[in-house]
Design a binder for this molecule. Structure first.
Ligand code: F6R
Length: 243
């Protein structure tokens, strides 16, 4: 695991965007693993800017998002599909048939997990996986005590995660779906390269545990310490508790 500290959230996000751009320039048919969430908004804004300047193309790429809420349809503005449309997909040339998210409306979650894993395998695996980190230490929606062997599956969200994400649901944590379908810790661990972005002082404590603490299923992000090529990019606020 390598660590890069940038002065602020904008420059941290810019750095992630530079890495994604370099990945796509080096391998235009890259398979990207994408994340949603507030942290990623700046990254996608930077990627869209690069695309508009004609310096970045997604035409050969394929994407797989980490997760989607159970019971939320893709056209629902609160879905992660809608987030991706708003922040990235609508603005770039990534072909629609190669933009993948788990199907939150699937009724057979085990089958949906298997389908998603098979799609990732058929695409040749994930070249570059973007990650944020939740207050519980989750990556994707792998809440504490997710097995490090876990694969794409339905999970129950921690109360703290539903609190964290209540903004998209009228400020009401109880309105946040209780479950999601997420790539597993093992799915994420198989990505060839992983980049975790953390910004803001609210992430400082959990980032220090994730990067410097013992490897434990109580904090899924600690699995990244065993990843062969993982870069953690933090702004100074998020890096504030690192030793
Ligand atoms: C989102 C995801 C989550 C978020 C994490 C941080 O697809 O998988 O792990 O990356 O909850 O969210 P923000 O960036 O909103 O703090």
């Amino acid at each position: 695991m390598k660590l890069l500290i940038r002065p602020d959230a904008d420059s941290a996000a810019e750095t992630v965007a530079v890495l994604v751009s370099a990945q796509l320039r080096g391998k235009p048919d890259s398979v990207l693993g994408l994340a949603t969430g507030r942290t990623m908004e700046r990254v996608y804004a930077a990627l869209v800017r690069e695309h508009r300047r004609g310096r970045l193309g997604f035409a050969g790429a394929t994407s797989f998002n980490l997760d989607e809420y159970v019971g939320i349809a893709p056209e629902d503005p609160r879905s992660y599909r809608a987030f991706m449309d708003a922040h990235l997909f609508r603005h770039v040339d990534l072909p629609p048939h190669r933009r993948h998210l788990p199907d939150g409306m699937a009724t057979d979650h085990a089958a949906e997990g298997a389908r998603y894993e098979a799609l990732i395998r058929a695409a040749g695996g994930i070249d570059l996986q973007l990650l944020g980190i939740g207050g519980t230490g989750h990556i994707g929606f792998n809440e504490p005590l997710s097995s490090f062997a876990s694969r794409t599956r339905a999970v129950v969200l921690a109360p703290r995660t539903r609190q964290q994400n209540r903004g998209d649901f009228g400020g009401d944590a109880d309105a946040v779906p209780p479950r999601a379908i997420t790539m597993g810790v093992a799915t994420i661990g198989e990505s060839r390269r992983a980049v975790l972005l953390a910004t803001g002082s609210a992430k400082a404590e959990i980032l220090a545990l994730a990067v410097e603490g013992p490897i434990t299923a109580s904090i899924s992000a600690t699995a990244l310490q065993m990843h062969p090529d993982c870069l953690v990019i933090a702004d100074e606020d998020a890096a504030g508790r690192l030793r």
